[in-house]
Design a protein around this ligand. Structure first.
Ligand SMILES: NC(=O)C1=CN([C@@H]2O[C@H](COP(=O)(O)OP(=O)(O)OC[C@H]3O[C@@H](n4cnc5c(N)ncnc54)[C@H](O)[C@@H]3O)[C@@H](O)[C@H]2O)C=CC1
Ligand SMILES: CC(C)CC(=O)C(=O)O
Ligand SMILES: [Mg+2]
Length: 370
């Protein structure tokens, strides 16, 4: 069997704690299922800055580019608040996304039945929630130039970020959204702010044209992104697939995370375009949450977003669909049994730490896959 090359970048804060629980699942799959994962590991974020003075080394970038899939924990934290902007921890993640051309970020927000009461919304609003946010990841204001602070010479400074989108960037992310919708409820809601942004006008036009040209079987709706945020907390189940830009997608997916009970629940997959010859796509899998400095090192972080990101990796990078389904089912079963980390704790449930939650999911996964 050909090797499956995984490159692990645990990062900072709770990243390494959550990644340790995935490592155990990988080890089990290699031993018991002969999965053939070959695991490399590198540094990213603040830990890479401390070691090399850069948010990711050239050597680790090469390894990430060569891997079948990258598993990423989280980066950042107050320790690195005053490092130069170019080498801040988050720059490592942005470089990975850009250099691997991971333009499509899939952020599913699923409310597990057992967690309906852990959401900040009423249980009936989130029970059965299953939405997929598709965030454009390599364009927009996170990457547009100019991006600088200039001195105006009169005691004032000007901070500039530039929102830029070209037709091809909108076309390809819209294509991903329509394709994904066809495997679900066949509905896409595109969000932008065409009422105030030129890039929003173009986004709206290109999504509409792409729909007309190739995907007219899919139901398409347009919504202004601010109203979209409001609708996400008013009536989240109205959505199936949401497609939006880099900044709005970042914000709306954090909002969607809370519908599911906690930011510690939301996984994501960042995918590139399929290679013309092999059909393989570059991919990075990471939780939606950050390094959570407030709880790092305490052993209380919820590892589910990281483990569910690995489930997405099994599905999208290795086509191990049964294994991905089993791992997701294992998470659901553990939650059904009332096992909870602090962020999703409920009355009558059993409170556990990161390691126990990881162990419980692995035990369930072993039973399901036996
Ligand atoms: N992909 C990444 O690596 C990201 C990194 N960041 C960085 O992380 C650092 C902290 O940012 P914050 O705004 O505090 O966002 P955060 O996502 O790290 O934390 C927000 C809140 O959610 C909680 N939380 C997050 N993940 C959790 C988990 N798995 N289990 C239990 N609770 C969890 C935290 O304890 C905190 O109260 C910053 O340096 C930021 O730039 C932020 C978002 C994404
Ligand atoms: C570069 C990241 C820290 C931005 C972010 O919050 C995210 O991608 O979710
Ligand atoms: Mg974010």
């Amino acid at each position: 069997m050909t090797a499956r090359n995984l490159f692990l970048l645990p990062g900072d804060g709770i990243g390494p704690e959550a990644m340790d629980e995935v490592r155990k699942i990988i080890a089990y799959m290699n031993e018991a299922m002969n999965a053939g994962f070959v695991v490399g590991e590198g540094l990213v974020g603040g830990s890479a800055y401390d070691a090399h003075g850069a948010a990711i080394s050239e050597d680790d970038m090469k390894k990430a580019l060569a891997a079948d899939a990258v598993l990423f924990g989280a980066v950042g934290g107050p320790k690195w608040d005053s490092v130069p902007y170019e080498v801040r921890p988050e720059a490592g993640l942005l470089r990975l996304r850009k250099d691997l051309e991971l333009f499509a970020n899939l952020r599913p927000a699923i409310c597990y039945p057992a967690l309906a009461s852990a959401s900040s919304l009423k249980p009936e609003l989130v029970e059965g929630l299953d939405i997929l946010i598709i965030r454009e990841l390599t364009g927009g204001v996170y990457f547009g130039e100019p991006k600088e602070i200039i001195d105006l010479g009169n005691g004032q400074k000007r901070g500039i970020d530039t929102q830029v989108y070209d037709t091809y960037e909108i076309e390809r992310i819209a294509g991903v959204a329509f394709e994904m919708a066809r495997t679900r409820q066949n509905r896409v809601c595109s969000m932008e702010k065409r009422n105030v942004m030129k890039s929003g006008v173009l986004w709206n036009q290109v999504v509409t044209e792409t729909h007309k040209a190739k995907y007219s079987d899919v139901q398409l709706e347009h919504m202004l992104a601010d109203a979209g945020g409001m609708q996400l907390v008013r009536q989240p189940k109205q959505f199936d697939v949401i497609v939006t830009d880099n900044l709005f997608g970042d914000m709306l997916s954090d909002v969607a995370a809370m519908l599911t009970g906690s930011l510690g629940m939301l996984p994501s997959a960042s995918l590139g375009a399929p290679d013309g010859k092999t059909g393989k796509r570059k991919a990075l899998y990471e939780p939606v949450h950050g390094s959570a400095p407030d709880i790092a090192g305490k052993g209380v972080a919820n590892p589910i977003a990281m483990i569910a990101s690995f489930a997405m990796c099994l599905r999208y990078s290795f086509n191990l669909v049964k294994e991905a389904d089993d791992l997701e089912k294992a998470i659901a079963n553990v939650l059904d049994k009332g096992i909870r980390t602090a962020d999703i704790m409920a009355e009558g449930a059993r409170k556990v730490g990161t390691v126990e939650m990881g162990q419980a999911i692995l035990a369930e996964f072993k039973t399901l896959s036996a």
